[in-house]
Design a protein around this ligand. Sequence first.
Ligand code: NAP
Length: 323
Amino acid sequence: MKAAVMYQKNGMPQYTDFPEPTVQHEDELLIFMKAAALKHVDKSRATGKHYSTQNDINHAEVIGGDGVGVLENDKRVYAIGVSGMIAEKALIEKVRMVPLPDDIDDVTAAALPNAVIGSAIGLRYKANIKRGETVLINGATGFTGKMAVQVAKYYGAKKIIVTGRNKESLQSLLALGADEIVSVNQNDEAFVAQIKKVNHITPIDIIIDYLWGHTAELILSCLKGNGMFTHKTRFVFIGSVTGDTIQLSAANLRSVNLQLSGSGLGSWAKDEVQALLTEILPEMFKLAAEHKLIVDTISIPLKDIERLWNMNVPPGKRLVITI
Ligand SMILES: NC(=O)c1ccc[n+]([C@@H]2O[C@H](COP(=O)([O-])OP(=O)(O)OC[C@H]3O[C@@H](n4cnc5c(N)ncnc54)[C@H](OP(=O)(O)O)[C@@H]3O)[C@@H](O)[C@H]2O)c1
């Protein structure tokens, strides 16, 4: 079969022939792939930079963690792969697939899940969002941030504050449900003053963070108390686009009613993953099929993977490989 294969962790994937996977257990199925999104996690796992692959041995491997395809019984599903999914065929587990509504196209269905995982799980299971709450999304201009704005709105957020770098992308978030924009392209004093003002007028209940690094430090500093009662804020860290570490002063952490958590591979309970597959993703696929979720994609055929591996994906869009 044709596949995108990584031979060296520090290399580039190649479009090449690769042995077809074969079903090993009765709980596995063969899937004929149609589309697979190429996300940060796929790239960092393929290159051995992700924390879940840092101890992996270098060997030829098909890349891609999930995608959309057709089973031998002709049913179209989204699935998480046992084998790499950016290939003509892949192996999946029966318990890790979601049937797709007819009205959603392959590319949209392939693009959606990772952003739902990176938004809905954080909002529901880490932050326990309630209707009427105020949510700040740090780094909301990316594909996952845009989904977070829409999902937070769908879950009943009363006020959504978004931060980001790209001016046009930030503006476009207003149409998706954001109420207030904070540019990260201003000096620290102005950024802090704007967040403090918002937090004073409508205390922030939930912070969903895709950036970490300096802006996360600044936002956390805005919550610092002075020894009096403070509003409880649930900070959920999801992506580290601008840095792997932050400095957080003891006084800052001690002075505020803060719940600090992360959401990523390894941080979810089994029943949360089960609910993702049986409740959250089916609901989100239905919303997207009804055009109630905006999912911006750009697609390229599998044969172009090597040439376009390092392409600049337009802001807020997800790159999807069609097979
Ligand atoms: N843990 C999970 O379950 C999970 C799930 C999904 C995603 N994620 C992670 O979340 C992060 C965002 O994912 P994504 O899909 O939204 O990626 P994306 O579509 O590529 O967006 C990248 C985002 O980073 C911003 N950015 C890049 N460099 C920046 C800088 N120097 N300063 C400020 N902002 C900067 C971009 O802002 P502009 O467009 O405004 O320039 C954009 O908002 C990634 O780290 C990803 O791995 C985690």
